[in-house]
Design a protein around this ligand. Structure first.
Ligand SMILES: Nc1ncnc2c1ncn2[C@@H]1O[C@H](COP(=O)(O)OP(=O)(O)OP(=O)(O)O)[C@@H](O)[C@H]1O
Ligand SMILES: [Mg+2]
Length: 395
């Protein structure tokens, strides 16, 4: 990143008396640097943040978990993640709850939101459950299509229960040397069991594949067996969240180890509208345009809707004032996306406008009135009626 030394100096000054916002922004910057593979800069920033914590100035986490119910030491800023013995590569990233302060929870449908809230409440009150001699759900598997917000959800869960997030790094864990991957997995679990934390195993299928894969030479068996032992031991000690896009690839014994298996679906119409509203801000789109976007994005993931909203905002920025048309921007975006032919609603968007108006007018979920349609297409009601008639005659 350009001018990083200046940013670091600014942060150093701001961290002398940090507000939660400064800590949150610093956490976001750290996550972005790690995501972009800027490891050196990420390490520098992490060290700076640790210094801030060492002097006791960091804010306490928002939620205090009933920690007495959890064994293990607290992760202090001095704690380093475990490393591969041969290469020295880190096996995990550690994120303290305040680094996730500004992370936004993904939009979830109400059923899923309810289950996740219940889960967080139980994890916050482990002591109450244990007093009843009930084993709390300490293993959770999240599965679903790419881009549905699973990783984000795990981060939010970790923040909400107020524990550091220890995320396994596949690049460090997986080794081409025989036996090293299994050894690294053991080292990771030993670390996670020593400290109070949420252990996140993202892209879990990479280490938890079925053991009878004919293309594997035995190493995967060793890895999965180690993983089974580690999961069994950990289920008495701490919280683990595993995530996969390929639940069907998971070894069945591994699958059974999880108390809770949560399918994270693509968003429904109502959730899509919430996602649209979140990502089109600060653009001033009408209610009709927003509802149209939610309708158009059926079968798309939250991540894809975010990309689409960004495309619209880009177009608005480049065509200020009356030149900007959300629908034209959408058409350009649809034309540029390689799979628009597989998506019936995108085909409708790119087809004749009369047919699109008729489709919008007859969709029960969308519930567009004649007046909505007139406003949406910037036409008067008689034009809309004429379009509808024309379309009926054609079809
Ligand atoms: N339901 C949602 N609500 C709001 N934003 C979402 C939602 N789903 C995805 N996003 C956006 O997409 C980005 C990617 O989401 P995330 O990485 O959590 O998805 P994922 O399911 O883990 O994907 P993958 O399986 O590819 O790792 C998020 O940071 C967020 O900006
Ligand atoms: Mg993910």
């Amino acid at each position: 990143m350009e001018h990083f030394s200046i940013i670091l100096a600014l942060l150093r000054a701001a961290l002398k008396d940090p507000s939660p916002a400064v800590l949150g922004h610093a956490g976001r910057l750290l996550a972005a640097l790690r995501k972009d593979g800027e490891d050196q800069q990420a390490t520098q920033l992490a060290k700076l943040l640790e210094g801030g914590e060492q002097s006791g100035r960091m804010q306490p986490s928002r939620v205090v978990l009933s920690r007495a119910a959890l064994p293990g030491e607290a992760i202090t800023p001095n704690v380093r993640p475990p490393v591969d013995k041969e290469t020295g590569a880190p096996l995990a990233d550690i994120m303290l709850p305040n680094m996730l302060e500004l992370a936004q929870a993904p939009v979830l449908n109400s059923a899923l939101r309810g289950s996740v809230d219940a889960l967080i409440e139980e994890w916050r009150h482990l002591d109450r459950l244990r007093a009843m001699d009930i084993r709390p759900p300490l293993n959770c598997l999240l599965f679903g299509a790419p881009g549905t917000g699973k990783t984000k959800l795990a981060q939010i869960v970790s923040r909400e229960i107020g524990l550091p997030l220890v995320t396994a790094r596949l690049d460090g864990l997986i080794s081409s040397y025989l036996g090293t991957t299994a050894r690294n997995i053991s080292a990771l679990f030993t670390f996670a069991n020593r400290y109070q934390c949420v252990l996140l195993l993202d892209e879990f299928d990479a280490i938890a594949k079925v053991r009878d894969d004919p293309h594997e030479v035995g190493e995967i068996k060793r890895v999965v067996n180690t993983l089974l032992q580690c999961l069994d031991q950990r289920s008495q000690l701490g919280i683990t969240i595993a995530i996969t896009n390929h639940d069907q690839l998971l070894d069945t014994a591994i699958w059974r180890r999880f108390d809770i298996r949560v399918s994270v679906p693509k968003p429904d119409l109502e959730s899509r509208l919430d996602i649209v509203n979140r990502y089109v801000a600060p653009l001033d789109l009408s209610q009709q345009e927003r509802r149209f976007l939610a309708w158009l994005t059926e079968e798309l993931t939250g991540s894809e809707i975010e990309t689409l909203a960004n495309a619209i905002k880009r177009s608005a920025a480049m065509n200020p004032g009356s030149e900007f048309s959300a629908i034209e921007a959408l058409k350009v975006h649809a034309m540029l996306s390689s799979n628009h032919h597989q998506h019936p609603r995108w085909e409708q968007l790119l087809g004749p406008v009369e047919a699109l108006a008729a489709a919008l007018g007859s969709d029960r979920d969308l519930d567009f009135t004649q007046d909505d349609l007139a406003r949406f297409f910037g036409k008067d009601q008689s034009t809309i009626s004429r379009w509808k008639r024309k379309h009926r005659e054609v079809s």
